[in-house]
Design a protein around this ligand. Structure first.
Ligand code: ZN
Length: 252
């Protein structure tokens, strides 16, 4: 079993270096007792980075996936680096921050955009995918291209006047009474999820999510919306891209 250390609170998403113990060594992979590497899931791609013994050879982490209660870090490196590992060994992990922070910005901007589309046009986001510098949202109805200026202005306003982003674990009964629980109503949470990890954007949104997010909307940087396209069943797909550089990148 791997403790999902990136999940516990919002600052945990900013941890780039950590130590953890090896609990299993499946072929070409490493399982740790805890990890800050984000495994593929919820539309967010896995992290990349490095794992290695302190002062030892480095293994590149090329993919990260959940397997039951464990997180499997797929690694590449020299045969000597792989042989040096043993169950029980303490490793140092380093996360590829450029990639991770981009996913945090994309994911937070996606929550913001989903919330604005819901409050303005009563359209829910059925599915969201992050990839590269782009996020894609599948909505449950048609979105007119004429809405882009107002949505762009919403996003720009949230960057110019930053809002705090928080992670809270709330009892399921409390979450079900939250008026914002309706915005993700098309993807009902499985009954057994209790408590619910809720990602809140101050005075704007609350949404159950297990991903990683920035601590302030001021950190999103410039976002370019692309025209919506119709998809099957009268639905629509809207996507946006991040400018290369984000806002201030905090250290730590
Ligand atoms: Zn999220």
């Amino acid at each position: 079993m791997t403790e999902l250390a990136y999940l516990v609170d919002l600052p945990a998403a900013y941890v780039r270096e950590f130590r953890a113990r090896v609990t299993a060594l499946p072929p070409g992979a490493v399982v740790l007792d805890r990890t800050y590497f984000y495994p593929t899931g919820g539309g967010q791609p896995a992290d990349r980075g490095e794992l290695g013994l302190p002062d030892g050879p480095i293994l590149r982490v090329v993919d990260v996936n959940k397997s039951g209660p464990s997180v499997v870090h797929r690694v590449q490196g020299s045969p000597a680096a792989v042989r040096a590992l043993g169950v029980g060994a303490e490793l140092e992990g380093r996360i590829d921050w450029e990639r991770r922070h981009r996913h945090m910005r994309l994911h937070t901007a996606q929550h913001l955009l989903s919330a604005r589309i819901f409050s303005r046009f009563a359209l829910r986001t059925r599915k969201a995918e992050l990839s590269g510098h782009r996020a894609t949202l599948d909505l449950d109805g048609p979105l007119d291209a004429g809405t882009l200026p107002v949505l762009s202005a919403d996003l720009e306003e949230s960057v110019a006047h930053p809002r705090e982003v928080r992670v809270r674990f709330v009892a399921r009964a409390e979450w079900d009474r939250n008026p914002m629980s309706d915005r993700s109503g098309l993807v009902p949470l499985p009954r057994q999820v209790d408590p619910v990890r809720v990602v809140e954007i101050d005075a704007t949104d609350a949404c159950p999510c297990g991903g990683t997010h920035v601590r302030s909307t001021g950190e999103l940087g410039a976002v370019a919306l692309h025209p919506p396209v119709p998809i099957a069943g009268g639905a629509s797909r809207v996507s946006f891209s991040l400018a290369e550089a984000g806002g201030p990148t905090p250290s730590g």
